[in-house]
Structure formats: C-alpha cells, structure tokens
Design a protein around this ligand. Structure first.
Ligand code: SF4
Length: 360
C-alpha cells in the first residue's frame, strides 16, 4: 500500500489528527511510503471500527517504514495476532469499570483518583490496555466531521454529557477530603481543548484538599507540536502539577519531544516517565539502558516500567516476569540507581501497583 492509498484509506484518521487547530496539516505530504505487508494490510482492515490504525504524522516520520521489525512501527501498526484473544485477557484488565463512583472517575487507590478526561488518543498504541474504551473512534470522527468538521480535541469529554460528568466528578472529589491527588488520564488528556483542561485545573485548584495533579500523557511523543502553543503559565497553580510522559523507546525522543520535556523541566515542573515493557520493542538491556539514560539526560526521571496489562489481543507483546526481572537487574548493573524505574504490575483489587523484585 503506497502513501496515497494509505492516506485515502485512513482519511478520517488523518483529518481527525491533522485538523487545522492542531497545526499538523503540514506533515501530511511528508508521510513516507508506509510499505505495509499484506498481513499488516489485513490487520489494518480488521482493526477498523474496533481499535483502528492511527498514527500522527510526527510519529509516522520517526518510523523506518522499510523495516518490518522497527520498534516504533510495531507499536502502531496493527498485527493480525490482535484477533487472538486469550482466556486471561479482558477488555477491562484492571477492573476499572467496577471502581467508578462517577462515570469517568476511577477511585481504586486511597488518596488519589484517576480522571479519564479524554476518551480517545491521536495515536493508537496496539498494546493499549484501555483500547476497549475507545469504541469505534473512526465512526465517531466521521460523524463529527459530518457536523461541520472537527478534530480529536472536540471529541466529547467523558461521554455525551460532558458538563454534567465534569461537575459530578468535581463534586465527588470535593466531597472526599481523603483525595489528595488527581491523575488526569484518558485517552490523551492533553488532546482535549485547552479551555476545558484549564477549567479542570482551575476547579481542582479550588478544592483545598487536592494538593497534587498528575498529567499522564503520550502527546510529547506522538505529536509534540500540538503542545507548542500551550504556555506553561497555565500549569502554574498552587496545586503541584507533575507530568508523567509515556515513552517506550529512545527513538521516540525526537528533537521536538526533547524540546517539550526541556521546557517543562526548565519551567520547574516535576517530569517523570513511564514505559511499558514490550517484546520486540524494548526488551533488551541495551535498549532499556539507552532509553533511561536519554530520559535522565533531559532532567526527567524514569518512574515506572510496566509489565503489560492483559488487554485483548496483546499477548504477542508480553515479556515473562522472570525475563523482565532479569532485564531490569542487568540494567541496574549498567546505569546509576536513579535511572532505574520501578518494575511493576497492576493487579485488580490491590491497593497499589505491585513491584516485581529482582536482584542486581
Ligand atoms: S497513548 Fe496511552 S491511552 Fe492512548 S492509545 Fe497509547 S497507550 Fe493507550
């Protein structure tokens, strides 16, 4: 499949991602020949309407498209094995649905809540454990384009009645003084209109017992230019705002991504990173050392290395626990301790992430 055919086949995806307000339209001609294999083309078709193939121009430009085993390509190009659902996989592998006192708010851990601010992402990572939440995004984008044009930023926040949900969520947080931290996640929380995210920040700022806000984002990796116009002053509040950026491979640290991280660090924000351990993507000592060293060189701190959550059709990305522990032990022998993230697994029902132990 050549670039023109691919762009046509994914027209809605591209329009959705590269709408005018995103300032990403310039990248569309520079998308290289994607050279998808016949198997990948079949997987792309199979993924449509389920968890469709979506990659922003920026990220597409980082991929070596003539290499079928490129670790960035593997993260975004659908694989036919996604159709193989194992018995231990679940559309809600962390059991978040059972811990939502209000739609869009997960209260699993004491002291903190996870606010699913956005219901979609500009990039669709094939291993995403929330992939089942993003029901038929292509159809939704098509529908919204039919309403006069839109971008992903206009996808309703928290469903069809965003205002009521936002205020119900804020009310819940305000009525629970034990909640000291609010984690903004999604989907991609920074892919909603700035005005909405700033309203959320402002209102959280007015709840006295909320001392910390955490923003879980992959936007600096997927489409960093979208963040160019966001002044850091918006994030300067009496509540401490820290960013946790999802980065899985050193090649995702493009110059533009590095510039975003530097800006945040120079702006005085705590910047942490989280990575997912993925077979064929980053499951080697050398790759992990390079990733954590490069992150640290930017003044950010590698925080978590996650064992993969068992979302449907993701088994081909799994790394066994024993191997994961051996890898991190080897990394710990190569780099200073502060560069070694915590290797963890999320288990439903536990009060915190479970660390996997290793001996360096
Ligand atoms: S950016 Fe995060 S939430 Fe979005 S698809 Fe990737 S892993 Fe899932």
């Amino acid at each position: 499949m050549g670039p023109a055919a691919w762009v046509e086949a994914n027209k809605w995806e591209h329009l959705g991602i590269m709408g005018e307000s995103m300032d990403e339209t310039a990248g569309i001609e520079s998308i290289p020949d994607l050279m998808l294999t016949p198997m990948e083309c079949a997987a792309v078709s199979a993924s449509a309407g389920v968890f469709s193939f979506r990659v922003p121009a920026h990220y597409a430009g980082l991929i070596c498209w003539d290499d079928a085993s490129d670790p960035l390509r593997i993260q975004v190009v659908p694989d036919i094995r996604e159709a193989m659902i194992r018995s231990d996989e679940s559309p809600d592998p962390l059991g978040e649905g059972g811990s939502m006192p209000v739609p869009g708010l997960v209260h699993r851990y004491p002291g903190r809540v996870l606010w699913l601010v956005a219901s979609d992402c500009p990039i669709h990572c094939r291993f995403c454990f929330r992939r089942s939440r993003m029901v038929d995004p292509a159809a939704r984008l098509k529908a919204s384009m039919g309403n006069g044009g839109t971008t992903g930023s206009q996808i309703p926040v928290n469903g069809n009645n965003p205002d009521s949900d936002i205020y119900r969520i804020l009310d819940y947080i305000a009525r629970h003084p034990e909640i000291h931290e609010v984690i903004l996640s999604g989907g991609e929380p920074l892919w909603v209109p700035q005005i909405q995210i700033h309203e959320i920040i402002d209102r959280l700022n007015n709840i006295p017992h909320v001392h910390f806000i955490r923003v879980h984002t992959r936007l600096p990796v997927a489409a960093p230019h979208i963040l160019d116009g966001i002044p850091e002053t918006h994030w300067k509040t009496s509540t401490i705002v820290r960013f946790v950026i999802h980065i899985n491979h050193a090649r995702e640290l493009s110059p533009a991504c590095r510039a975003v991280i530097r800006r945040l660090v120079d702006g005085g924000f705590p910047v942490l990173t989280q990575s997912v351990l993925l077979a064929r993507v980053n499951d080697s000592v050398q790759t992990l050392c390079r990733l954590f060293t490069d992150i640290s060189s930017l003044g950010a701190h590698p925080y978590y290395l996650h064992q993969l959550d068992p979302a449907p059709g993701t088994a081909h990305f799994r790394v066994a626990d024993t191997r994961a522990c051996a890898l991190v032990a080897a990394v710990a022998r190569e780099v200073p301790g502060y560069m070694v993230p915590r290797l963890v697994r999320d288990i439903p029902g536990r009060a915190a992430k479970v660390p996997l132990h290793f001996s360096p």
